[in-house]
Design a protein around this ligand. Structure first.
Ligand code: SF4
Length: 125
């Protein structure tokens, strides 16, 4: 017999795995082998905790909800080209050190390039 916390954790994990496309409430219940009544309660509970958001959606002629995670795990891909990963000053660099990220031109340039890419991708959409 599963404990309530285990089911909640599994439900959240399934929703996070679905990523940005989210998943229908009914898909979730099927995957967890739960009833729709239990599923609705669980979705509401996760929503009230601020862990997911629900959006109404018409599916096969019936109104249901699509569940989206509010947060997705960070991808390591986003920092693979960070200058800090290959920086010779890495071991001496810190907020209170003489070498600091606050005044680092390499880090600033990298962040500006990221920001420009983000703006470009928003312009394309
Ligand atoms: S912030 Fe600058 S100096 Fe510090 S580790 Fe990163 S690239 Fe090197």
């Amino acid at each position: 017999m599963f404990k309530q916390g285990d089911l909640e954790h599994n439900a959240l994990r399934q929703i996070v795995r679905a990523g940005k496309k989210g998943m229908l409430q009914s898909e979730l219940w099927r995957k967890l082998g739960a009833s729709s009544r239990w599923g609705s309660r669980m979705a509401l509970k996760l929503t009230n905790k601020g862990l997911i958001r629900r959006e109404r959606e018409l599916s096969n002629g019936r109104w249901t909800y699509r569940l989206y995670p509010k947060r997705l795990p960070a991808s390591i891909d986003s920092i693979l080209d960070s200058p800090c990963l290959t920086c010779p000053e890495d071991s001496r660099c810190g907020a209170l050190s003489t070498v600091t990220p606050n005044g680092c031109d390499k880090l600033t340039m990298w962040l500006l390039e990221l920001a420009n890419k983000e703006v470009d991708s928003l312009d394309e959409n």
